[in-house]
Design a binder for this molecule. Structure first.
Ligand code: OGA
Ligand code: MN
Length: 295
């Protein structure tokens, strides 16, 4: 009997090319809106684990396609800022600096202005996020990704030993009011929203559940303190780790091309919005895949 593939989905022809950078690869020729069989999916999954951020080029796909592809990797998170959900698609968060006719924001305009890993402030943070370009500025608007496995591996054995037993608190509220003061359009959180984002305690060093590799897991955006350390010591250690974790040798800078869909691993990377000039429009759609409790 000839070998029979379980599903009759024909495979697609696509290439995976790693970037000339510490992390990242682009996927060329795959159409995420067409059926993806088990073998193709396994290739994508493997590449995601190997490169941590995949850039699927030229995805002229609908929000429903974006959501369906994202779901292949796990259940999706609904973001606490429900104000910025895409109509009809609560799984999509609009990331945009665009204002409507009345001056009201159409999306989260200052997403990712500090280094972070998405949803690290919940007990079960995100596995990965998928950001799809809708409208890009003619300059600026890049997204940076820093490899937290490389950051961990570059630490001295003494520092590694010191960090291994530590835990840190992460809070969505850590920078919320500061950002709201700068960007008054940021919605005031309701008591129900505040309830959803109570601080979570995470290991300072996590082990990737699929590859077994260790990664640093503290961020400027959400990590407030190291549990059990006096405030001065905690502040000093966090400042040192924040500076270390985003050194240029760990970073890939993504310059967006039209219709890029970028899928990164929040268990391996931190990311940062490098910034868009105020007068230029930028709009992307984000889905967020749920992940495991870090260990
Ligand atoms: C995000 C985010 C960065 C960017 O959507 O999670 O951090 O460059 N975005 O828009
Ligand atoms: Mn983010």
């Amino acid at each position: 009997m000839p070998a029979v593939l379980s599903a009759s989905v024909p495979s697609q022809t696509f290439e995976i090319r790693r970037f000339d950078a510490p992390v990242g690869a682009e996927v060329i020729g795959l159409d995420i809106s067409r059926p993806i069989g088990e073998a193709d999916f396994a290739r994508i999954h493997r590449a995601h684990l190997d490169h941590h951020v995949l850039v699927f080029r030229d995805q002229r796909v609908s929000p429903a396609d974006h959501v369906a592809f994202s779901r292949r990797f796990g259940p999706l998170e609904i973001h606490v800022l429900h104000q910025f959900q895409l109509k009809g698609h609560p799984e999509i968060l609009i990331v945009s600096n665009i204002r409507g006719e009345g001056g009201e924001p159409i999306g989260l305009g200052d997403a990712g202005v500090y280094w972070h890993s998405d949803i690290s402030y919940k007990p079960e943070p995100s596995l990965g996020s998928l950001l799809h370009a809708q409208e890009l500025p003619s300059e600026g608007g890049d997204t940076l990704f820093a490899d937290q496995h490389l950051a961990w591996e570059a630490l001295s054995p003494q520092m590694q030993a010191r960090l291994l037993p530590l835990k840190a608190e992460h809070s969505y509220l850590a920078k919320y009011e500061e950002l709201r003061a700068k960007n008054p359009w940021r919605p005031k959180l309701s008591p129900a929203q505040i309830d959803q984002v109570q601080p979570a305690v995470q290991p300072v060093v996590r082990t990737h559940p699929e590859t077994g590799r260790k990664a640093l897991f503290v961020s400027e955006h959400f990590t407030t303190r190291i549990v059990g350390l006096p405030p001065d010591e905690s502040d000093a250690l966090l400042a040192e780790l924040f500076a270390h974790s985003v050194k240029p040798e760990f970073v890939y800078r993504h310059r967006w091309q039209p219709h890029d869909l970028v899928f990164w691993d929040n268990r391996s990377l931190m990311h940062l919005a490098a910034g868009t000039p105020d007068h230029l429009r930028r709009k992307l759609y984000r889905t967020t895949v749920k992940g495991d409790r870090p260990r």
